[in-house]
Write a protein that binds this ligand. Structure first.
Ligand SMILES: Nc1ncnc2c1ncn2[C@@H]1O[C@H](COP(=O)(O)OP(=O)(O)O)[C@@H](O)[C@H]1O
Ligand SMILES: [Mg+2]
Length: 391
C-alpha cells in the first residue's frame, strides 16, 4: 500500500483514527460534564496506566468533548517541567479565562479573575512573572501557602465559569511528575471547592504509581477522585483498533492475520499502531495476510526496539541498565526487591537502592506494592530478555 496514505498513528499523544475500547470512559466523562452543568458535585477523574496505553489521547478526546459542550479547557498540559507546579497552574488558569472571554462578554469579571491569577503567580517564590495587563488582586490566592492559594484560584475560575454558564476543565498529563507538596495542594484545592457546586473539574493522567503518590500526599485522595486504570484493550477493541483505520481506506485483514497481530501486540494500543503501520507499508494488496505478518515481523520488532524500548533503556545509566536486566532475568513482574538485588549480584538490596530510586525517578519502574517493583513500559521484560545480553 502507499506509504503516504498510511492511516496508523504510532507515537506518544498521536490521535488514532479509531479510538477503540473507550466508550465507557467517554460516557463517564459526559455524565461528569452533565452533572457539573446541573450544579451537582461529581469527583474529578484520575487515569493511570503504563506507557503507550492511551492516556494522553483519551485526555485529548475529553478536550474535544468538553469544548463541544461549551466548556473552557486548558488543553492537555504536561506537568513537571517547571520547578513549582503553581507556575503551570497559573498558565492554565490564564488559558481558561482567555477561553471564556472569547466566547462571553463578562469582561470585568474576567479581568478581576485575571488579577487573582496575577496575585497567585506573584506569590510563587522564584517564578517568572506572568505578563498580564492587570493589577494584582489582594487577599485572594496570594498568601504564599500553595494549598490555600490554589483553592482560591480554582474557586475564582469556577465562579467565572458559573457566571458564564459554562464549565472549566483542567487536563493534566504526566501527573506523576509532580512532587508530594504539589499533589497535596491539588487534593486540598479540589477538596475545598467540592463543596461549592462550582463547574470546575480535572482529569489527570499518569503512570500507575500516581494513585499511590496521591494517597501518600493526602489520605483522603482515594475518596476525592474517581480512579480508572487503562490497560490492554479487550480482544474485540484491539481488533477494531487494528482493523478500523485500514477499513476506512478500503483495506481489510484476513481473519487469522488479525487474530495473530492482536495476540502479538498483547492488546497494547501503541503496539497495535506500530504493527498496523509496518504491515500497511509492507503488504502489496488487500487483505493483509499471515504471510505479510511473517514478512514484516522483524521490521516491527526493529521499529519497537528503536522507537520504544531502546530509547527507554538508554535513559538508564550502565548500572541502572544492569538493574533493569536483573529484573527482567526473573521472568514476569512484579519483582521483589530482594530478588532483584540477588540477580544483580549483591547480598543486600540497600546496596542497589540508589539505582532503584533513580529508575523510579526516571519513570522506568514503579512500585505496585511495598517491597515490589515492576516496569512502567509494557512487555519491557520480554524485550530485555530477547535483546540484551546478560551481564
Ligand atoms: N483507544 C485507542 N485505540 C487505538 N489506538 C490508540 C488508543 N489509545 C491510544 N492509541 C495509540 O497508542 C499510542 C499511545 O497513546 P498515548 O495516548 O500516547 O499513550 P500514553 O499517554 O498512555 O503513553 C498512540 O500511537 C495512539 O495513537
Ligand atoms: Mg502520554
Amino acid at each position: 500500500m502507499n506509504k503516504r496514505d498510511n492511516p496508523y498513528t504510532p507515537g506518544a499523544g498521536r490521535k488514532p483514527r479509531t479510538l477503540a475500547g473507550r466508550d465507557h470512559d467517554i460516557e463517564a466523562f459526559q455524565s461528569l460534564v452533565e452533572r457539573l452543568n446541573a450544579g451537582t458535585y461529581e469527583r474529578s477523574l484520575v487515569y493511570t496506566g503504563l506507557r503507550g496505553v492511551g492516556k494522553t489521547v483519551l485526555l485529548m478526546e475529553f478536550d474535544v468533548l468538553a469544548s463541544e459542550a461549551g466548556w473552557a479547557t486548558t488543553d492537555v498540559q504536561e506537568v513537571g517541567s517547571s520547578p513549582d507546579f503553581r507556575s503551570t497552574f497559573a498558565r492554565m488558569a490564564v488559558r481558561l479565562l482567555m477561553n471564556m472571554s472569547r466566547r462571553h462578554r463578562a469582561k470585568q469579571r474576567i479581568e478581576r479573575a485575571l488579577s487573582v491569577v496575577k496575585a497567585f503567580s506573584i506569590a510563587i517564590p522564584g517564578a517568572v512573572e506572568l505578563r498580564l495587563d492587570v493589577e494584582a488582586a489582594t487577599g485572594v490566592a496570594d498568601s504564599g501557602d500553595p494549598e490555600q492559594d490554589l483553592a482560591g484560584l480554582l474557586r475564582e475560575i469556577g465562579e467565572v465559569a458559573q457566571a458564564n454558564q459554562m464549565g472549566a476543565l483542567f487536563l493534566i498529563d504526566e501527573m506523576q511528575n509532580l512532587d508530594g507538596p504539589g499533589l497535596a495542594a491539588i487534593c486540598m484545592a479540589f477538596q475545598a471547592i467540592s463543596r461549592g457546586g462550582l463547574p470546575v473539574t480535572m482529569v489527570g493522567a499518569g503512570l500507575p504509581e500516581l494513585r499511590v503518590r496521591l494517597l501518600a500526599a493526602k489520605p483522603y485522595a482515594d475518596r476525592l477522585f474517581s480512579y480508572a486504570e487503562l490497560g490492554r484493550l479487550s480482544e474485540s477493541a484491539a481488533r477494531s483498533a487494528l482493523v478500523g483505520p485500514a477499513a476506512a481506506a478500503g483495506i481489510g485483514y484476513d481473519e487469522e492475520a488479525a487474530r495473530q497481530i492482536v495476540a502479538e501486540s498483547a492488546g497494547f494500543p501503541y503496539f497495535i499502531q506500530e504493527y498496523g503501520r509496518e504491515l500497511w507499508n509492507f503488504a502489496e494488496s488487500s487483505p493483509i495476510e499471515l504471510a505479510d505478518l511473517d514478512g514484516a515481523r522483524d521490521i516491527v520488532k526493529d521499529t519497537l526496539a528503536r522507537n520504544f524500548f531502546g530509547t527507554r533503556f538508554e535513559m538508564a545509566t550502565d548500572t541502572e541498565q544492569k538493574y533493569l536486566t536483573a529484573m527482567a532475568s526473573l521472568g514476569d513482574g512484579p519483582y521483589p526487591v530482594a530478588a532483584i538485588a540477588r540477580a544483580y549480584g549483591v547480598d543486600d538490596q540497600r546496596k542497589v537502592s540508589v539505582h532503584r530510586e533513580s529508575l523510579i525517578q526516571k519513570g522506568l519502574i514503579w512500585s505496585p506494592r511495598r517491597g515490589q517493583l515492576d516496569f512502567t513500559v509494557p512487555l519491557f521484560g520480554e524485550y530485555l530478555r530477547d535483546s540484551v545480553a546478560p551481564n
